[in-house]
Design a protein around this ligand. Structure first.
Ligand code: CA
Length: 449
């Protein structure tokens, strides 16, 4: 057992005995099945009389990738129900564009109230930027996870020094001159996490993702087929794809995102703001359920059961053998590189090994995503500068609701003191100081004009 899993386990046991979470968290694992259970009175509800949710129903979208596990676990292990949200449905979305379209419709029209998002999708939907001008205000409430993503490279490029750093950037820059086509890379949705990760990776080694390569949104299955038949070179993606690409001998992993930026922000939980305004208590009840699910997910003792639940046909519909290694932090990298094997490299949900909250939506992380948006010149007629970005963050990020929910649920020891996680350091030595994002922008060597 790694230090981290021991730490998490100990932490878990402490919190389980000091909060009302104990009874449900331990159900089915260590709680003895008492023969006199029928004579015991039921555990007191953690929902205080004044906290009864306005509604018991919410419709939440998710994609079948590890980021969504807290939503699925909150539903399946009864954490939503525990806080009075007895009729939550988690609905698989065909892709990110589908999730976006469904939140614009809302649950009243057969869509969703919110759910899982890449960043900064909630900000872009709020401003109507990716919804044909249709502004649907959304609120970011919680970060779902860190890690669990990687840059995968087609087998064709084995032995060319494409690691965390690209040894020979000319290999990529001269690819067209030698092969008659540009080096081609894909992500699943533009101008969000996976696009940012692969852009950062190329640019850190001197490859301009807007000039030296072809970079575009392609569905995962099509990308993997392209990697197999030699028409796609790189894929910025999340588990279980990275593991499958290596074990199916389609390619190798140049970098895990956690190697690029330890415990980086990954995906988020956000809801339509009108739903939150109509249902403030239900919003906090959902958050409490997800927070407990995140703690449950990070207990190493629950990982086998976690895999069993999410791999099921109604969720990821993916063999448990494919999900187990990433969930143990076990990554075959390919291309002659040593495997990585520690829980800290896999998907994490509640608290990172540095002791920082994963669940809390740091405004400093929203600022990185919008600073990167400025770096690459995305949506520049709307997100024109850092002042506009900061105002948008203050409108969309509702970390105050996270704090209230965590306080009410008794997770007070894990509430961060600040809205900033502080200075972030990337694998190439670049630092992002949330107090001075302009300096980060000014110092970057590769960026849009
Ligand atoms: Ca992701």
């Amino acid at each position: 057992m790694s230090d981290f899993s021991r730490l998490t386990r100990r932490k878990f046991l402490v919190s389980a005995t000091t909060t009302a979470a104990g009874a449900v968290l331990l159900k089915g694992c260590t709680q003895p099945s008492a023969p006199d259970a029928a004579t015991q009175s039921p555990a007191p509800s953690p929902v205080a009389a004044g906290d009864t949710p306005e509604v018991t129903k919410a419709t939440l979208g998710y994609l079948p990738i590890v980021e969504s596990a807290p939503l699925i676990i909150a539903k399946e292990k009864g954490f939503f129900a525990k806080y009075g949200m007895t009729d939550v449905t988690v609905v698989k979305q065909a892709n990110w564009a589908g999730a976006r379209d469904n939140v614009v419709i809302g649950s009243g029209g057969g869509g969703i109230d919110g759910g899982q998002w890449q960043m900064p999708m909630p900000h872009l939907i709020t401003e109507g930027i990716i919804t044909n001008g249709n502004k649907v205000p959304m609120s970011v409430l919680l970060q779902l996870n860190t890690n669990g993503n990687a840059i995968a490279i087609a087998s064709l490029h084995e032995g060319k020094g494409l690691g965390l750093k690209i040894n020979d950037p000319e290999y990529i820059k001269q690819f067209q001159a030698k092969n008659g086509r540009l080096f081609k890379a894909a992500y699943t949705f533009p101008n969000a996490n996976q696009d940012f990760w692969i852009r950062y990776w190329f640019a850190a080694s001197g490859v301009d993702p807007d000039k030296d390569i072809e970079l575009l949104a392609v569905p995962p299955a099509e990308t993997v087929q392209g990697m197999r038949n030699g028409t796609m070179d790189a894929f910025s993606t999340g588990d279980p794809w990275p593991y499958r690409i290596v074990t199916d001998k389609i390619g190798f992993l140049s970098a895990l995102t956690t190697e690029m930026w330890p415990y980086h922000p990954e995906e988020y939980f956000a809801l339509r703001t009108d739903w939150i305004e109509a249902n403030p208590k239900a919003t906090k009840a959902l958050l409490k359920g997800i927070m407990e699910a995140q703690q449950w997910c990070d207990d190493a003792a629950n990982r086998d059961e976690l895999v069993k639940i999410v791999s099921g046909r109604s969720f990821f519909n993916s063999p448990a053998e494919v999900l187990t290694p990433p969930y143990k932090g076990n990554y075959a990298m390919g291309d002659g590189k040593s495997a990585l094997n520690d829980l800290k490299f896999g998907p994490l949900y509640w608290k990172d090994p540095n002791g920082d909250s994963i669940s809390y939506p740091f405004k400093s992380h929203d600022l990185w995503f919008l600073t990167e948006t400025l770096r690459w010149g995305f949506h520049k007629t709307v997100i024109t500068d850092l002042d506009v970005a900061q105002k948008l963050i203050d409108k969309v990020n509702r970390e105050d609701i996270w704090r209230e929910a965590a306080t009410e649920a008794g997770f007070t020891a894990d509430i961060p003191a600040s809205t900033s996680r502080g200075v972030e350091t990337f694998f190439d030595g670049v630092k992002f100081d949330p107090e001075n994002p302009q300096r980060y922008l000014d110092d970057l060597k590769i960026k849009a004009a």
